[in-house]
Design a binder for this molecule. Sequence first.
Ligand code: XMP
Length: 177
Amino acid sequence: MEDDIDRVLVDEQVIHKRLDVMAKEIRQDFPGEVLVVVVLLKGAFVFAADLLRRVPRMLEIECVNVASYHGGTESSGVVSFLDHKLPEVKGRKVLLLDDILDTGRTLKAVVDRLLEEGATEVKTGVLLAKDKPHAEDVAADYVGFYIADEFVVGYGLDYQGRYRNLPYVGVLKTPVS
Ligand code: XMP
């Protein structure tokens, strides 16, 4: 598996140091309240697990399965809610976590849904944000790293279901399209 990686973009130690800082910001921004955390599957599961274990607050963690890539390396532009049931968020503050902000369509679609369902506030956190104009007018409140506009894998991110378990974020050797 490691042989397929051309270069490591963000190594494990760097990710973990950055998570310490992000977790501190989240702790400070939500001092006392019970927070609903919505984790977007599958890509954000590693990021969320490592980040949230650094947030010693009362959290209600829910996962929602969405897809926008459908197996390739280009966003399809259509965000599908693979689960139709969202957590109960009426009157609640929500922290929404995703692996990467690319076109912004995923975050925008889910933020809109959560607000429609009555969330009073939705903050967003991503491990990575591609440094490019996003198709949708969204910005994440907590960003681990800004990266160039290239396809990355590892630390939860996949290519055709593979590489999610790499402990770092890297770029595949063979240009994939
Ligand atoms: P949008 O375009 O909606 O994309 O902001 C967010 C979702 O697309 C996936 N994505 C990637 N997955 N490597 C991946 O493995 C990438 O470079 C990449 N860029 C976007 C990801 O699922 C994310 O939630």
